[in-house]
Design a protein around this ligand. Structure first.
Ligand code: NAD
Length: 290
């Protein structure tokens, strides 16, 4: 396929590179970065969209996606597919998909989980929203860039799945960290806490696979001085998107709201920026009740 790839940052560059290595003709554009090996440099955003079978975007947020889409959509050929893999708000994803469909294009929103490591290894998980036809058109590309793709329903549902998952993740991380901090105060050994909870009803991916306590459970960012991993500010971005979505759909999400407040405080007022999101554990340990 002829693929245009817009947004060649930490995630986009290795994803574009994997598509080129698999034999696709990939042309890339980024306002700051040059394309990785195997990807041809486009002169402009429209140059990266003209005549392409698929245009992939991997951009920082919904406002940038909307403005890039305004340039890209008119340049794309009829029947081509616009595939956005960024994590953005549901409303932007749906607005961009509406414009693309009105212009005779397929639109698929497919945010990813798996991080930079998954992007490089081609083991991302894609959660996709859009038509059956659009999903089928880009499925071969999901197979190259990832290990799993779930079609979650119409446009915007990929973003909906992503932020619901990450709202659970943020809330669970906070719950797990505050429980470890309480266990410390009660004189309960962290390893014993892990042994019990990881095989009891408090178990979770956070506890069992990404334990925030150093030296306990499998290797995790806690064992590497809380270097990310998944940075606290990226968790905050996703929690804010969950609250924006809750607001616009009138959903009651008190735990998501509290997790957003705590990560905002951690990232903006404490020393959370640049640390893994599991560094909430030393934060709770260093604080007193109140
Ligand atoms: P990044 O900041 O490294 O990359 C974004 C790129 O977009 C940058 O290179 C930037 O120069 C480029 N860009 C910005 N405006 C542009 C424009 N108008 N035209 C062309 N290029 C433009 O971010 P990233 O870590 O690669 O993340 C990309 C997306 O993936 C984000 O939405 C993020 O939330 C999501 N995501 C990231 C991770 C992760 O671990 N990094 C994991 C899952 C999802």
């Amino acid at each position: 396929m002829k693929i245009g790839f817009i947004g060649l940052g930490n995630m986009g560059a290795p994803m574009a590179s994997n598509l080129a290595a698999a034999g696709h003709e990939v042309t890339g554009f980024d306002i700051a970065n040059t394309p990785p090996d195997g990807v041809v440099a486009a002169k402009s955003v429209t140059d990266a969209a003209t005549d392409m079978d698929v245009v992939i975007t991997m951009l920082p947020n919904g406002a940038i996606l909307r403005s890039v889409a305004d340039d890209v959509i008119p340049a794309m050929k009829q029947g081509a597919t616009l595939l956005d893999c960024s994590t953005v708000d549901v409303d932007s994803a749906r607005a961009v998909a509406d414009k693309a469909q009105a212009a005779g294009l397929n639109a698929v929103d497919a945010p990813v989980s798996g991080g930079i490591g998954g992007a490089a290894a081609g083991t991302l998980t894609f959660m996709a929203g859009g038509s059956e036809e659009g999903f089928a058109a880009v499925s071969p590309l999901f197979d190259i860039m990832g290990q799993k793709a779930v079609h979650c329903g119409p446009s915007g549902n990929g973003q909906a799945a992503k932020i619901c998952n990450n709202m659970i993740l943020g809330v669970t991380m906070i719950g797990t960290c505050e429980a470890f901090a309480l266990a410390d105060k009660l004189g309960l050994d962290r390893q014993k806490m892990f042994d019990v909870v990881s095989t009891s009803s408090g178990y979770s991916w956070v506890m069992n696979a990404y334990c925030p306590a150093p030296g306990v459970g499998p290797q995790s960012p806690a064992d590497n001085d809380y270097n990310p991993g998944f940075a606290a500010e990226l968790m905050l971005k996703d929690l804010r998107l969950s609250q924006q979505a809750a607001e616009s759909s009138d959903a009651d999400t008190p735990m998501g709201a509290r997790a957003t407040e705590l990560y905002t405080q951690f990232v903006e007022e404490e020393d959370g920026a640049g640390q893994d999101f599991s560094a909430m554990l030393p934060r709770f340990v260093s604080r007193r009740r109140g």
